[in-house]
Structures are given as C-alpha cells and as structure tokens.
Design a protein around this ligand. Structure first.
Ligand code: SF4
Length: 281
C-alpha cells in the first residue's frame, strides 16, 4: 500500500511550552541542503503530501525554501502551526505554498489549565477570520483530548468548528504519551474509558454538521500503531508501547527500505486518512 502523507518535525524548537507536548526533544535540526535532500527523497517515494510540524515549523529559518522545492515538484503541504508567528504578513507568505493549515485548539477556557499561552485563542481566531475571508486555504483543527478537557468537545464545536467554513477537518486525538513532556505528565492527562465514552457521545450528538466537514477521533492505540515521523535530524521514528523506535535515517539509508521496515498497521492507516463525516478509530 502507498503511504500518501508524512509528518516531518522539521525542528523541535518551539515558542510555546505545553505540558502535554509530545515533540521529539532529542534530535537537532539539519541545515537547508540536507532538508532539501530529505524533501526530494520523500517525493521520489511518491509520498505527495508533507505535513510540517515541530516544535513550531516557522522557527526553522529556511522553511520556505523547502516548501518551494515541494511545491515545484507538485507536492502538497500542510503547515501545523501554533499561530504565535502567524500575523497577516506571515500568513500571506505561507499561503503561497500551503494547501492546509492545521491549528491546535484544545480548550476555549482562557483561564483554564489546558490553555496554551494566554493569547492562544485570540491568535487562532485572528488567523481563522483572515483565512475565512476569501477561503484562502483549508484548515484542520487538531484537539488533544484528555481527562482535563473531555467535557469541552461540544463547546469546541460550537465555539470554533461550526463558526468558520474554512475548517474542513477536525482531528481529535486521545492524549498519547508518545514522547517528551507527555510521558512525564501522563498520569495527569490520561483519558479514562468513561471519559472516552463521553467524548464519543458528544461527537455523535453534534447537530447540523456541514457535509464538507470531516471529524476524526483517533484513539491512542490507532496513533501508536499507524503513525511515524521524520525527526529533525532525519531519523524515521515510530512509537511502540510508549517508547520511541528509530527505524533508520532517511539521509543515510534507502527510504523505501525504511518504509518497509516500519511495519505499520495499514488497515488502521487507511481508516485514519479516510474522509468520512465522522470516523472514530
Ligand atoms: S504542543 Fe505544539 S505548541 Fe505546544 S510546546 Fe509542543 S510543539 Fe509547541
């Protein structure tokens, strides 16, 4: 089976400090030339869609040079950004390259423990308003669901998802202690089976969901068995049983061989990327 998209943590630097963060803290970013080689290797393997994440990908100085290479070769780009740097000018620059913008929103409670930086909601609403005016690109909202915010699903839907037509996908991820601080703080965030059931009930009872909106609630098991990333140093990393497994390095090894060695659950992977209105996996 072909892999359609790949998540590339281009840098682990970040300008926010979320305690549930599962970014890779272990590897250092590569220089531009090496990252252009990586982009070409990914595209040579017929993976057409690259999602830039981090850390905050906009903190990688040469991000637009890499996007330029991908766009020239017909690739599709998702930018996963915490929006701190996305003023109108930066947004316009990004919009020259990206097909999707993915924005994290986990809570609307600005004084709550689950909020990111204190300006997060203001920032993301500014970005959504700007993109919505003229449908400048498609937007995905990514929400980490944990024991602290599982009752907010309905509010998130009414307060954000329903309000902006540019939002075409809502990804809800069960909190997964895959890497970094998420492992240290897992007792705090881990979702109980009862809370998980409550999330599912809230999703099933959402009313008047637009036909062009797809909602995916992905459980920890799915995330652990069907996800892998390119780390900032080019390592291909998969998480198994809450530990990181380095499969190899894309710069020094044959990428197609590494993909075969990944041994991911392709049935789950296919369900993960399916575009139904509501997918719970
Ligand atoms: S969760 Fe995202 S925004 Fe928050 S610290 Fe981690 S990488 Fe940065």
């Amino acid at each position: 089976m072909n892999i359609e998209r790949i998540c590339w943590n281009i840098t682990n630097e970040c300008n926010d400090n979320c305690s549930f963060c599962f970014r890779d803290n272990l590897s250092n970013p590569l220089p531009l030339k090496s990252n252009i080689d990586i982009a070409n290797k990914v595209l040579d393997a017929r993976i057409r869609h690259i999602a830039f994440s981090g850390g905050e990908p906009l903190l990688y100085n040469d991000i637009f040079e890499i996007m330029e290479v991908i766009k020239k070769r017909g690739g599709q780009i998702t930018l996963i950004s915490n929006c701190i740097l996305l003023n109108d000018e930066m947004l316009e620059r990004c919009l020259e390259y990206i097909n999707w913008l993915a924005i994290p929103v986990d809570s609307l409670n600005v004084n709550g423990i689950y909020t990111r930086n204190e300006r997060h909601i203001v920032n993301i609403k500014n970005v959504l308003k700007y993109i919505n005016n003229g449908s400048k690109c498609n937007v995905k909202i990514n929400s980490v669901i944990s024991e602290l915010n599982y009752m907010e699903v309905d509010n998130l839907y009414k307060g954000i998802i329903q309000k902006y037509e540019c939002i075409k996908r809502w990804n809800l991820f069960e909190f997964t202690p895959a890497r970094g601080r998420a492992i240290q703080n897992k007792d705090y965030y881990q979702l109980s089976p009862e809370s998980d059931e409550r999330v599912i009930q809230q999703l099933k009872s959402l009313r008047a969901v637009r036909k062009d909106l797809s909602i995916r609630y992905k459980h920890k098991k799915t995330i652990l068995n069907s996800y892998f990333i390119i780390a900032p140093n080019g390592d291909i990393v998969k998480t198994e049983d809450e530990t990181q497994k380095i499969i190899g390095n894309i710069l020094s090894e044959d990428f197609n061989c590494l993909l075969k060695k990944l041994n991911i659950d392709y049935e789950l992977y296919k369900k993960r990327v399916r575009n139904n209105q509501l997918v719970i996996i």
